[in-house]
Structure formats: C-alpha cells, structure tokens
Design a protein around this ligand. Sequence first.
Ligand code: MRU
Length: 334
Amino acid sequence: MSLKVRTDSGFADMRAVWFEGGRLMMIDQRELPRRVAVAGFSDHASAAEAIRNMTTRGAPSIGAAAAYAMCLAALSGSDLREAAACVRSARPTANDLFYAVDFMLGELDGGADPVEAADRYADGIVEKCAKIGEHGAHLIRDGAKVMTHCNAGALATVDVGTALSPIRRAWAEGRRFSVYVSETRPRLQGMQLTAWELGQEGIDHAIIPDGASAHFMSKGVDLVIVGADRIAANGDFANKIGTLDKAIAARRFGVPFYVAAPASTFDPATASGEDIEIEHRSEAEVTEILGERIAPEGSPALNPAFDVTPAELVTGFITEAGVLKPAEIGRLRA
Ligand code: MRU
C-alpha cells in the first residue's frame, strides 16, 4: 500500500522522505500536482529550511525529515545540541518534529549509527501508519461518504498515511465509497496533495470548498477522518486550520469524527489544547494566489496554520494500538 506515482512506464513506489547517497531526499510537495520533483539536502541547516518552507510537510514526514537532519549533523561532526536547536526551530506545532529530534539525540548519544537510526525512525512511522489502517478500515463501509481535510496521506507520513491509511486499506479490501476532500485554504493541501494521492490509486473522491463541509454533512456524511499535528494529554488536538469547523459541524449533524495519528503525535507533556503553540504563517499565503496579490492593497490578513479541536468533539483516535476514546489515550505509549 505504498505511495504509487504514475509514470510513463507504469507505477513507481515512492516515499515522501528518504536517505540516499548521503543526502536527505524528499518529494518537493510545493510542486504537486504539476510535477513530481525531488529535492536533496546535504546538511542539517538546509534540511531544517526544507521543513520551514514546506518542501516536506505533515507531522510524521516532518519528524522523519528532522531525524535525517540530525543524521546529517552527526555525519558531518556538527555540535548535536546546536543542530537540535536549529531543527527544532523549523516549525512549532507538530509534535513529531520534537519527538524525532529527541529520539535521534538518544540514539546518537548511545552510539547508534546515524543512518541506521534515522532509517529505523522512518520505517517505524510507516509500520505504525499501516497499523492505523488495519485498525480503522472497518469504520468505512461499502457505499460510505467519508470526509477528510488537509493532507494526512503518504506525503505527510513518509508513506501510507494516517487519515488516508484506513481509506486506502478499505479500498484495497474491495469496499467502494467516496471521499470529500476539502481544499484546505490557504495552501490547498487537500486539493493539491490529497486529491492527487487518491487519484493515483483511483479512489473515488471529489474536491469541495472548505466552506461546503457543513453543507455536505447536513446532506449525509458517514464519517470524518483527519490527522493531527499535536494531541494534548486531555485529547484536545491541533490540526490544519478548518478542522475545528468540521468537528463542530460533525457534532451538529451527528457525524462520527475520527482523528488518526501515531504515538509520536501524542504529547503527554502538554496538558490541554490551550498549551499548544499555533504557527502563524505569512499574510501572503492568504492574500495572494500563484504569487499575485488578489486582496485589496492595504487589507491585512491573518493566517493561523492550525486550530485546536476540543477532545469532547472526537469520537475516537485511530492509532497503531487500536481505536481509543479520548479518555483512553493515556494507554498509548510511544
Ligand atoms: O501545514 P502542514 O501541511 O504541515 O499541516 C499538515 C496537517 O495539518 C496534517 O493534517 C497533519 O500534520 C497530520 S499529517 C498525517
């Protein structure tokens, strides 16, 4: 069930992030769906910049890129604490970034081989995502209408996906259903990345404007599945801006609302959603389209990249350890 990329000669299996020839490699997600471009990085500072400028994105892929960035720092003999500070500063919200840096510091301090440790980290994510699919696929019945937001697919998780993992698995098991993909303004990860991933595999889907989510729920959606960037100890979670609106609409219309995430996204040190730092990105992402300003000159814009959904709106967390109620997430150990 790995990411299938159509090529002139059939399909190529790819990962979103990998290590090859001494370099961190990644699909440049800013170029999709126009072309599948690959970018390579030889030092930890440029790897951190690739996380910051969203060459790769999505919490678990950010974590894998951070692990490989630390690997590059170790291979070049850089000061590991300074490198860790540089990588940690790339983006503030996704727990996986901090989790991966801590993982690598522990491994490197213990004398592990840098490439083997980072590869093991990335492989671990993929295994956990596959388990998320195993645990969550039964939630999607034949003929279902599923809604997702942003991109929580293979691109966001090295391979397989979190929210898209049960979707891909249910499809592979032969059930037929359709997926509403909300476009995800302002960076359009839903329209440009999730729709592309689903299209590569022929999974039935339709792109909808973000503002149409409640409308479609009022007409009948069977379940919503989203990913997460950070899940606090009480089950409140941060995810792409617009997730909260969907969770509120889902409660209003009686639609089950699931969050799919591996243990690396759960942050037991953060008590509640109020304590999660929300990234604010540039005004230009809101006011411009394809580099051209379309907002009136002089009108400012606000661009929070994530919002926080309270645990009370979550039906269940689909994890590698099974589907857990918010009150049960303390059971999950990284
Ligand atoms: O700003 P992004 O594109 O990194 O945000 C990504 C999301 O919000 C995803 O839903 C989340 O990271 C889960 S990815 C499995």
